[in-house]
Design a protein around this ligand. Structure first.
Ligand code: GLN
Length: 198
C-alpha cells in the first residue's frame, strides 16, 4: 500500500487519516520535515489556510514540501488544502503564501457570508454515475484554470452555478468541499488510485 501523509499542523486531520485507511492506503501524520521524506503522497486537510501556511513555515516544512511537489509527488487538497496547492490566491492575506503546483487561481471564502456552509449533490464523472454529497464550509472556488488543468466538478444549483469546485492537474487533486466528513470515500479512493498509477 502507498504511504500517504496528512499534513497535521491544523485542520480536520483525523477524518482524512480514516478515509485514506478505508481507501487502501497507509496513512500517517506529517508534522516535521523528516516525515516529508517517507511519504509517497500528501493530503492537505481543510482548516484555515492562513494558519496552515504560517505553521508550515514555522515548522520548516515549506521548502521540503515545495521540493517534493516540484519533483512530482501526488497531493490532494481539500478546501484550505486546495488553497495551499494553488499557484495564485484572490482574497488572501498580504503575506499569505501557498505551496503551489496547481495552475489555478482560487478565491478564498468565495461563496460569501450568507452561504457560509452548504451541501449539494455533485455529479463527478470520474467517480461514476452516483452523485457525491459535497459539504462546503467557508469554501473557496476556482476562479481560473491553466491549460493543463482538468475540471472535475462545478456547482450545479443556486447563484454559484457553474463555479469550479474540483480540479486535477496530473498528480495534483483539489476540491473546494470536504469529502472526508460524509463517509463516502470515493474521492479518497480516486486519489489513492492516482497515487498507485499516476
Ligand atoms: N476559509 C478557509 C480558508 O480560507 C477554508 C475553510 C475550510 O477549509 N473549511 O482557508
Amino acid at each position: 500500500d502507498p504511504t500517504i501523509g496528512v499534513l497535521a499542523v491544523q485542520g480536520d486531520v483525523r477524518e482524512h487519516l480514516h478515509a485514506l485507511e478505508a481507501s487502501g492506503a497507509t496513512a500517517i501524520r506529517v508534522r516535521r520535515p523528516a516525515e516529508v521524506d517517507v511519504i509517497d503522497a500528501l493530503v492537505i486537510p481543510g482548516g484555515e489556510s492562513t494558519v496552515i501556511d504560517k505553521l508550515v513555515r514555522a515548522f520548516g516544512m515549506h521548502e521540503p514540501l515545495r521540493e517534493r511537489l516540484r519533483a512530482g509527488m501526488a497531493a490532494y487538497g481539500s478546501c484550505a488544502g486546495m488553497i495551499m496547492l494553488a499557484d495564485r490566491i484572490e482574497g488572501g492575506r498580504l503575506d499569505q503564501q501557498t505551496l503551489g503546483g496547481l495552475d489555478i487561481t482560487v478565491r478564498r471564502n468565495a461563496f460569501g457570508r450568507q452561504v457560509d456552509s452548504f451541501e449539494e449533490d455533485l455529479h463527478i464523472r470520474v467517480l461514476g454515475p452516483q452523485p457525491l454529497r459535497a459539504v462546503f464550509i467557508r469554501a473557496p472556488w476556482v476562479e481560473a484554470v491553466g491549460p493543463e488543468v482538468q475540471i472535475l466538478a462545478r456547482v450545479e444549483t443556486g447563484p454559484a452555478t457553474g463555479r469550479i469546485v474540483a480540479v486535477r492537474q496530473g498528480p495534483l487533486l483539489a476540491t473546494s468541499f470536504h469529502p472526508e466528513v460524509t463517509g463516502d470515500h470515493r474521492i479518497h479512493r480516486y486519489f489513492v488510485d492516482l497515487v498507485r498509477s499516476p
